[in-house]
Design a protein around this ligand. Sequence first.
Ligand code: ADP
Ligand code: MG
Length: 352
Amino acid sequence: AAVKEPPKIHRLEESVVNRIAAGEVIQRPVSAVKELVENSLDANATSINVVVKDGGLKLIQVSDDGHGIRYEDLPILCERHTTSKLSKYEDLQSIKSMGFRGEALASMTYVGHVTVTTITKGHLHGYRVSYRDGVMENEPKACAAVKGTQIMVENLFYNMIARRKTLQNSSDDYTKIVDLLSRMAIHHTNVSFSCRKHGAARADVHSIATSSRLDSIRTVYGVSVASNLVQLEASEYNDSSSFVFKMDGYVSNSNYVAKKTTMVLFVNDRLVECAPLKRAVEIVYAATFPKASKPFIYMSIVLPPEHVDVNVHPTKREVSLLNQELIVEKIQSAVELKLRQSNDSRTYKEQT
Ligand code: ADP
Ligand code: MG
């Protein structure tokens, strides 16, 4: 065969690069909701309300009562790599905020139409402004606004035909969005969350700020879950008596019945997944309770910040922890002990 001329290498247009990157950050409607809610949490909101239309493809609207966005910052708000949370690389070490990349809002403007309404403290009116492909479409318009920020994303993936098609065919993201907000709500108990379909009178998630985790679980997951939980703690300290990890949580007892495991896991306040930990806990349940019910698990693990690398891919929710084997083992035995105790006390109660 004839040797072909090598194809010419050229530089991609910036808009193409940005749209490709945006499609990775915002994979589906629920990823946009997660980013927006995390921004609201970072803005110290105490109330976060989500409205969704057509599984998020037509509309995602997140309103909060946080600190708002400065008028002067609006022109660069949706540019890539603009953030108020990080200045130098070293800050990543001790970062407390959920975000730091300055990519989420920008990404949304490359794959959808974004409108921001915001007001800051001490001002009589707010501003509304729309964005496309990272840039402000018009000068911000003065408008009436209550405290905080409202971000609207419309027509998500309007310019990514294949993505839109697959999403339209799959069962829509609304269930995933409700699930996400339920998880967020039982962890961030000092924040009230709501989530509803556009036009619906009833909210599908409606939590109220409370100091009790159990109350919050009851509100979000129902009495049948909350009344069948036991509280759990575990921790490990090293030789110099600084902690390796701390965990507190709630796990279901033998009265709880479910076909699927619900595992709500936060590591240093980030919602993550950890398959080995989930498996380890499931094994304990299978061994302790004869009926094949799967557990409900809420766990909040705190690690020294220097043990957590937050700078993995924006959407990578699966974490691997430093000292993972030890942590999994410790938590597994804590669960085992707790279940045995609650089982014993139940048998005891039944006898008396
Ligand atoms: P990041 O969260 O990584 O900083 P984003 O693109 O998500 O990047 O947001 C960019 C910036 O916009 C944030 O750093 C923050 O200053 C501001 N911002 C976004 N959402 C909100 C909000 N709901 N309330 C106040 N400020 C916000
Ligand atoms: Mg963010």
